[in-house]
Ligand binder design. Structure first.
Ligand code: SAH
Length: 387
């Protein structure tokens, strides 16, 4: 077998807890391997613990692959990929836009593959996956016959791994415009420049199930390209969608035309200001969606992040009619579900509303959470009814 890396006693205890990452200071000093190597991991007594992907530069030195000593080869990866594909066949319905491979949760540390109407978009965040790329592309061709494959490798995390930033179509022909379907709604997808790999696929089931509650006047805050707004428009009388980015709003308007929807008012504004002004103007809504970007990106941001969520939710609750529905989300990993609920309790108290929790939700089922990796559980989405 390949190179062996010995971990400290503290590292061993962490490893035993089941978490699939080991940090550099959990390795005995003076050891190294090449970036992206598959290494055998052992304890200080030389006992084999498993195999892991090695990173030479990131704080996360090892990412666990398997507890078995069997070769990690093309057959190994092919079997993992076919499990990921089979899982999506079971859980993804009524859409042609979904996540096919979700990093550690599918046994591919540092790899994301999203599928948009048969066009794959890959994000490679680890040198081990970068090395595997030619094999992965072959395996994807064998197992899902993609129309095209685009590398969306422009995320800053690649720099931490010493990988270059690049966006490139590496196989087939990428249709432009690319249109996908999410239930009854169609969306344009810009896989080269859109946020994430084009759409916020993790919110797909929340968009679908939130729309069931839509009626009367709906407010969609942080609308991006109209995700929640266009779903809600099917049952609402009127929708107001607020988004700061002019570019995203322009795409949202094209999406509205694509779906023949003309009841959405698109507003370019900062949502905090919008909510304040709407309250001053005495506006009210039957449903409000809050899907902001992560306010607590690091542990240090947590207090400021909590305040952001508090302000937002308090202002939204002021605008809700009695019996109105609040769809409120946080994608901050650093704010756990219980802490987010506490913020919502405070927002309800400060706005003098009683709120009934109707549903507690997370990301769509094609984004499963790996229990041992709390980092993969970041999205919280609560449906509440304000009494
Ligand atoms: N709900 C969307 C995804 C929202 S992503 C969907 O389902 O597709 C968050 C969006 O908030 C981004 O488009 C970002 O441009 C926008 N944004 C960030 N800060 C904002 C602010 N203060 N006011 C309005 N929009 C903001």
């Amino acid at each position: 077998m390949e190179k062996r890396i010995t971990i400290t006693k503290k590292g061993w205890r962490w490893w035993r807890s089941g978490h699939p990452w080991l940090y550099r200071d959990d390795l005995l000093p003076g050891q190294s391997a090449a970036p992206g190597d598959i290494v055998a991991v052992q304890d200080e007594q030389g006992r084999f613990l498993g195999q892991a992907l090695y990173s030479a530069t990131s704080r996360i030195a090892l990412r666990f692959l398997t507890g078995s000593p069997d070769p990690v080869d093309r057959v190994f990866w092919g079997a993992r990929l076919s499990r990921a594909v089979a899982y999506r066949r079971r859980v993804v319905q009524d859409t042609d836009a979904f996540r096919l491979v979700y990093a550690e949760a599918d046994g591919f540390p540092g790899l994301i593959v999203d599928s948009y109407n048969g066009n794959l978009v890959m994000q490679v965040h680890h040198p081990g996956m970068a090395r595997l790329l030619p094999d992965l592309v072959d395996l994807l061709h064998q197992q899902v016959q993609p129309a095209s494959i685009t590398l969306r490798n422009d995320s800053e995390v690649r720099r931490l791994e010493g990988l270059p930033l690049e966006v490139e179509v590496i196989s087939g022909h990428l249709p432009e415009p690319l249109i996908v379907r999410e239930g009854p709604v169609q969306f344009l997808v810009d896989v080269r420049q859109g946020q994430k790999t084009g759409l916020f696929l993790d919110q797909r089931e929340n968009r679908r199930d939130a729309s069931v509650w839509a009626q009367g006047d709906v407010l969609d805050c942080f609308s991006y390209q109209g995700g929640f707004a266009l779903h809600a428009a099917r049952l609402a009388r009127r929708v107001v969608a607020v988004e700061a980015s002019a570019f995203s709003l322009a795409v949202a308007q094209e999406n509205a035309r694509l779906n023949g929807v003309d009841k959405v008012e698109w507003v370019q504004a900062n949502c905090f200001d919008f909510l304040k002004e709407a309250q001053a103007a005495g506006q009210t809504f039957d449903m409000i969606i809050l899907d902001p970007p992560a306010f607590a990106k690091s542990r240090g941001d947590r207090p400021a992040g909590q305040k952001g969520y508090l302000d937002l939710n308090r202002r939204a609750l002021h605008l809700l009619k009695p019996g109105g529905i609040l769809i409120t989300c946080s994608c901050s990993y650093n704010l756990a579900a219980e802490a987010f609920l506490e913020v919502l309790r405070q927002a309800a108290r400060e706005s003098r509303r009683q709120v009934r929790l109707v549903e507690c939700r997370g990301a769509a089922r094609d984004h499963p959470v790996l229990l041992a990796l709390p980092e993969s559980s970041y999205l919280k989405c609560f449906f509440g009814m304000a009494l």
